[in-house]
Design a protein around this ligand. Structure first.
Ligand code: CTP
Ligand code: MG
Length: 231
């Protein structure tokens, strides 16, 4: 089964507040996009990668991905993303070659997710379990609140998972979910849930943390002071 990976890198990174879109921020000499695409290309059975980049940054994204594509011998297509994350998914998914019947969707912002995580997610996708997401147990106690901040409930923490990417899908189920519900969910698995199909959570990893705020970027710099494969 050939796997197509969508790398979503079209966001602006407003909460990070850098001078370039978040995917183009460098850590240890490599952009977040570079780390994410390299992990995708290192995973098993990947036949193609499609990157959604900000419209003005398509050429810059090609500069990042072209050497990686050549090194791994796997095509990487860069396309302009859309206004919302879901729009970027739709912009990218249509470029997947027909033979890629399994799709992994990955946020460039989770740049340090390992290829082992891609493999674990992909291995768990089946016809009966058409959506698989990596997730980690939640350490904080979570409260649900009403509009005025009053607590309305305390979900059992043992049953909670903080989900990450890459998330894996049977391509046709992903397309059906997006056609039915559009870009309303912050994660694509949420759309598949609405279809009433099974979504499985497999073990995530701390490396797959999302770079959202300056504190997250500081953590990334601490963990990756220098990328050994950077030029
Ligand atoms: N993303 C995208 N297209 C969009 C919005 C987001 O491809 N229109 C991607 C981002 O590039 C990121 C991932 O979706 O890799 C997760 O989004 P998030 O962490 O929210 O990134 P940004 O939207 O860029 O950040 P912010 O919300 O702080 O502006
Ligand atoms: Mg965002």
């Amino acid at each position: 089964m050939a796997i197509g990976v969508l790398v979503l890198a079209a966001g602006s990174g407003s909460r990070l507040g850098a001078s370039v879109p978040k995917a183009f921020v460098e850590v240890g000499g490599t952009t977040l996009l570079g780390y994410a695409v390299r992990a995708a290309l290192s995973a098993r059975n990947v036949g193609c990668v499609v990157v959604a980049a900000p419209a003005d940054w398509v050429d810059a994204a090609i500069d990042v991905t072209e050497p990686l594509s050549r090194a791994y011998g796997i095509p990487v297509q860069v396309v302009p993303g859309g206004a919302e994350r879901g729009d970027s998914v739709l912009a990218a998914v249509r470029w997947l070659p027909a033979e890629c019947d399994l799709v992994l969707i990955h946020d460039a912002a989770r740049a340090f997710a390992t290829s082992a995580l891609f493999d674990r997610v992909a291995a768990a996708v089946t016809a009966d379990t058409p959506a698989v997401v990596p997730g980690e147990p939640v350490v904080d106690t979570i409260k649900t609140v009403d509009g005025n901040g009053f607590v309305v409930g305390t979900p059992n923490r043992a049953l909670l998972r903080a989900v990450q990417t890459p998330q894996g899908f049977v391509r046709d189920v992903l397309l059906e979910a997006h056609a039915a519900y559009g870009s309303v969910a912050t994660d694509d698995a949420g759309l598949v849930e609405r279809l009433g199909r099974q979504v499985l959570v497999v073990a995530g990893e701390s490396d797959a943390f999302k770079v959202t705020t300056p504190d997250d970027l500081a953590r990334a710099h601490r963990l990756h002071p220098r990328d050994p494969s950077a030029p």
